[in-house]
Design a protein around this ligand. Sequence first.
Ligand code: GAR
Length: 192
Amino acid sequence: MKKRIAIFASGSGSNAQKLMEHFKRSNEIEISLVLTNNAEAYVLQRADNFEIPTHIFDKNEFYKTEDVVGLLKNLEIDFIVLAGFLWLIPKSLIYAYPGRIVNIHPAILPKFGGKGMYGDHVHNAVMAAGETEGGITIHYVDENYDEGEYIYQARYRIDKNDNLEMVKFKGQQLEHQHYPRIVETLVKKIKK
Ligand code: GAR
C-alpha cells in the first residue's frame, strides 16, 4: 500500500502543486488529502485538478475538537506536509504525528521566523535588513512557530537592485526545486 501524505495550505498552494505533480506517478507515495483553513484558497482548485479530496476547517474545529486528527487517522495518513499553512499546529496533532510533520519557511531560520512571519512579511523583513542572501528552510514542526529541527536549508543571492518580486521569485524557485524531493526522502524512511 502507498504511503499517504496530507498537505495543509492556506493560500495559493504553488508548493502543494509541485508536490502533487511530483507524486502523481509514484508507486510508493501519494498525496491523499489537502486541508485548508481558507475556503477561498486557490490550493482547493489545484487539488480538484488532481482529483485529490479536500477538507476545509475553521478555528473551532481545528483547536477545540479532535475532528482533524480523526479524519487523518481514518484516511490512514502517514505524513503531513505544511505548504504555506499559516495557523499554529495544535499539540494533539503534533502528538498524533510525532516526527511526521514538516514545514517550509521562506528564510534561513532562525532569522526571520516566528509568529506573523509568513510570505511577503518574511521577504520584506529580509530586504529591510539589507541581507545579501535569502533562502529557505525545511524543518520538522513542533508546538512553536518555526522552531522544529532543521532538515534542509538552501540559499540564494540578493542583488542590490532586487525588488520584492525578484526576491520572492528566487525563494520560490528554491522551494519548488527542493521541497518535493526532500519530502520524498523523508516519507521513504518512515514505516507505514
Ligand atoms: C511559501 O513561500 C512558504 O515558504 C511560505 O508561504 C509560501 C506559500 O506559497 N510559508 C511561510 O511563510 C510559513 N511561515 P504557496 O502557497 O505558493 O506554496
